[in-house]
Write a protein that binds this ligand. Structure first.
Ligand code: SAM
Ligand code: SF4
Length: 336
């Protein structure tokens, strides 16, 4: 009988969370993620097929991965996303499935995704102003996102989490209105510090709005009290005025949570990454497409590569080191 060995790295971090990018394509062009004229798309023949994806997810869940988050690019652009969710839900390990999306297609997809086994959804929304949304994303889709958020709540994909990135001089005057709207609509809002992952290389440490500044802005209106330990979750959650309504702040840059990181990433073209900021990737696609391997050998090779990429994980992302170099791929191609 074989002994179960979890995906533990050399620092003792056991990996339980797999982020799977379903596509690098997107129907928005958020300025902090992709330039408006971005055209450096992955060639379609390099994208993993659904059967290839499923094999990786199946092996990963047999090694202790308990959460699978589908992301991108915009994951809802993958035509068979509902089928993918259903197939993951039918795996023997029954991982918890979540999706990170810009929300535009949720009007049509929230209920089918829920019926297929989706538990939770994270929707990105950085502004409540329609014109500003258009300027920030180069697309006039604000109303679709709001309708998508309402469809997610109605389908029971709750708590619906909303991710917002505040940028100086762009939307930093909306911290309080975003939280107030979240309270009114029943969303759970989390602010994410802007990270150096944009395809245009525009990120600036000096300009970035840090977690402490967000806390100060919100404290002008509410009393924020930290709630219980966050485990491996990236957001530090605060109760608002002592109620059970919370707001989260993800301080990826100013207070990195690498010591508790349990995440692995699979890009849409089948590359494994042990960190958003990793400079190296490990090629799984080559193993998935190696016709000299039997089905069992292919599984064994996927397992071997998953263990290798975990074993290679560094203690931290190094954003604050003077030698930090931004990864070559933008966030949209890594899978946020
Ligand atoms: N398209 C989907 C969406 O926008 O939710 C999923 C992919 S997107 C890359 C995932 C998350 O990454 C979003 O919440 C987005 O706001 C965030 N994101 C993208 N670029 C970022 C950056 N440079 N810094 C911080 N967050 C970023
Ligand atoms: Fe698209 Fe999401 Fe990137 Fe915005 S953050 S451009 S919605 S992938």
């Amino acid at each position: 009988m074989s002994t179960f060995l979890p995906l533990a790295d050399t620092y003792g971090r056991v990996h339980r969370d797999l982020r799977v990018s379903l596509t690098d394509r997107c129907n928005l062009r958020c300025t902090y993620c992709m330039p408006s004229d971005f055209a450096d798309w992955l060639p379609s023949e390099t994208l993993l097929t659904t059967d290839e994806l499923m094999l990786v997810i199946e092996v990963a869940t047999s090694l202790g991965i308990t959460g699978v988050r589908l992301t991108g690019g915009e994951p809802t652009l993958r035509p068979d996303i509902v089928d993918i969710v259903r197939r993951i839900n039918e795996l023997p390990a029954r991982p918890e499935i979540s999706v990170t999306t810009n929300g535009i297609r949720l009007v049509d997809l929230a209920q089918p995704l829920r019926d297929a086994g989706l538990k939770r959804v994270n929707v990105s929304l950085d502004t409540l102003d329609r014109d500003r949304f258009k300027a920030l994303t180069y697309r006039d889709r604000f109303d679709d996102v709001i309708a998508g958020l309402r469809a997610a709540v109605a389908a029971g994909l709750t708590p619906v989490k909303v991710n917002a990135v505040l940028m100086r001089g762009v939307n930093d005057d909306e911290a309080i209105t975003l939280v107030q709207r979240a309270i009114d609509e029943g969303w759970r809002l989390r602010f994410i510090e802007q990270m150096p992952l944009d395809a245009g290389g525009q990120w600036s440490r000096g300009e970035m709005i840090k977690a402490d500044e967000i806390f100060t802005m919100l404290s002008e209106k509410w009393t924020l009290t930290p709630v219980a330990s966050r485990g491996s979750a990236p957001a530090e959650e605060f109760s608002i005025d002592g109620s059970d309504v919370t707001v989260g702040i993800i301080a990826s840059v100013s207070k990195p949570f690498c010591a508790a990181c349990d995440r692995l990433r699979l890009t849409a073209d089948g590359q494994l990454r042990n960190c958003l900021f990793a400079r190296d990737e490990l090629d799984l696609r080559v193993a998935l497409r190696d016709e000299s391997l039997s089905e069992d050998e292919r599984r064994a090779e996927v397992e071997r590569r998953l263990r290798l990429v975990v074993a290679d994980k560094l203690p931290g992302h190094g954003i604050n080191d003077p030698s930090f170099i931004q990864p070559a791929r933008p966030m949209s191609a890594i899978g946020g």
